[in-house]
Design a protein around this ligand. Structure first.
Ligand code: AHR
Length: 501
């Protein structure tokens, strides 16, 4: 480790790009208590006249959710949207998650939710048991003024104006054996091409993406057959893959996972560039979270036989004490990477937003804002929209134990330097991964005015929020007048944004 103090550089003369606000997007699936008993809870005293939890909507508005992907996830691959629209709804046995879905929350309720939050809708279609025609019928329902039976059906259902859904995904993880109606690479290329053609014939203003990133052949095949129609390519990542085991990586192992964040982005960026599509197609990291959701014995060939095996364990996703500063530090490092790659990553969707591994937890009488919620609050409300090409000299490394029992070196800190396109001033995202030691960084950035640090750290790496237990909230610290060369001290396991000017 070097004895010299870290120095952070960056200048308005070297702009990486303007980040798309959609990198702070979210995802919600018909899984466990995300929708029913989560954001949608008719009858709860905290719910509004449409059945939405007002406290959840307020929390979503505060973090300015820019885009919300729905309805799955694996759920969508046997979902038929027509069963959940209009008066005659048909309950669904959801074959992905093996529960009944009442279908009382369908397309129109979802659009109403997006309008209340003020976010862009983003619909993921059924490319498992669904057809290209069913997908494009959905686009007709949402986006055509009044031509055809589906637009007329929407009008009849009380929505005279089109829903104007711009973002559509063809399928979910159709490459995976676990996905209902999984496809081979060849089948996938053909289906995406035909579905995209039909969707664009219905509404050429839609922006389309499709499931990618399992192997090179899959992606090349997809891009060769359908690249002309695609505006996005979807990738998913849950670094701590504990779907089956729920054995959380500890703080050090989470720091080791931060080494892997860039990999998926670089892999797809390289492929897009090699296929000369990097100016046309952007990356939608449309499901991501540090930890995989816990749903044992369901995505396997050996299905759990009793609800004790496959259903009740899902409650364990909602143990609030497990969402600590480890999750916050990882989330900040991920968002930093998206900012740094903002020329190619245009969207990312935290999976999910409510309950399970989400940043908002609901219970009948209120909500808990988990540590990750405050990271979104910091990045959305305090960081600038223009990313500068920052760099750090003398960055120390720390040695951490990874989950496999090996050791890895990881940078102790993670930074992003930003400015604002509509005003003067800088804002720097500062992450100190060190579990025990304060770190100091000297800011070699041009700028003037007051320096104010907004941060979360909690008292330990294990700090968390729960009902009646709040350890992690945003703190504000005034550091005085900024001059280049100012040294800032970062508490251990801290995520912050320093505003200058
Ligand atoms: O574990 C949750 C699931 O993860 C989502 O439904 C799916 O898209 C992903 O594999």
């Amino acid at each position: 480790m070097s004895d010299s103090i870290m120095k952070l550089y960056g200048t308005r003369q070297r702009v990486t790009g303007k980040r798309n606000p959609m990198i702070y997007g979210h995802f919600i699936e018909h899984f466990h208590r995300q929708i029913y008993g989560g954001v949608y809870d008719p009858g709860n005293p905290l719910s509004d006249e449409d059945g939405f939890r007002s406290d959840v909507i307020e929390a979503m508005k505060k973090i300015k959710v820019p885009v919300l992907r729905w309805p799955g996830g694996c759920f969508v691959s046997s979902y038929h949207w027509k069963d959940a629209v209009g008066k005659n709804r048909v309950p669904l046995f959801d074959k992905a998650w093996r529960v009944e879905d009442p279908n009382s929350f369908g397309t129109d309720e979802y659009i109403r939710l997006c309008r209340k939050i003020g976010c862009e809708p983003y619909i993921c279609t059924n490319a498992g048991t669904g057809t290209a025609e069913e997908m494009s019928d959905w686009v007709e329902y949402c986006n055509l003024e009044n031509e055809g039976q589906y637009a007329k059906w929407r009008i009849q259902n009380g929505f005279p104006q089109p829903h104007k859904v711009r973002y559509w995904s063809i399928g979910n993880e159709n490459y995976g054996f676990w996905e209902i109606g999984a496809k081979t690479a060849d089948e996938w290329g053909h289906l995406v091409c035909e579905a995209a053609k039909m969707i664009k014939h219905v509404d050429p203003d839609t922006e389309l993406t499709a499931a990618a990133l399992t192997d090179l052949r899959w992606n090349i095949n997809l891009l060769e057959s359908s690249g002309q129609f695609l505006d996005w390519i979807s990738i998913h990542e849950y670094w701590d893959a504990i779907h089956q085991t729920n054995d959380y990586a500890d703080y050090e192992a989470v720091c080791a996972y931060t080494n892997n964040i860039d990999h998926s982005i670089r892999e797809v960026r390289g492929l897009l560039a090699a296929m000369k599509l990097d100016k046309k197609i952007r990356i939608a990291f449309d499901e991501w979270n540090l930890r995989g959701w816990y749903h044992p014995n369901v995505h396997t060939i050996e299905q759990g036989r009793t609800k004790e095996d496959y259903l009740y364990p899902r409650d364990k996703n909602d143990e609030n004490s497990r969402y600590t500063m480890a999750d916050a530090v990882f989330t900040a490092c991920f968002l930093n990477a998206c900012n740094r790659h903002c020329d190619i990553v245009g969207m990312a969707n935290f999976a999910p937003i409510v309950n399970t591994r989400g940043c908002i937890f609901t219970y009948p009488e209120g909500i808990v804002l988990r540590t990750t919620y405050h990271v979104f609050d910091l990045y959305v409300n305090y960081l600038g929209d223009t990313v500068l090409d920052g760099w750090c000299a003398d960055m120390p490394c720390m040695t951490v134990r990874d989950k496999q029992g090996g050791t890895q070196e990881t940078d102790i800190c993670d930074f992003v330097v930003t400015c604002f396109s509509d005003r003067e001033g800088l804002a720097v995202a500062l992450v100190n991964k060190d579990p025990a030691e304060e770190q100091s960084v000297q800011l070699m950035l041009e700028g003037a005015g007051e320096a104010v640090l907004y941060y979360i750290a909690g008292d330990s790496t294990e700090a968390y929020n729960d009902i009646g237990h709040t350890e992690v909230t945003i703190q504000r610290e005034t550091l005085g007048a900024y001059t280049p060369g100012m040294t800032v001290h970062l508490k251990p396991h801290m995520v912050g944004v320093l505003q200058i000017g």
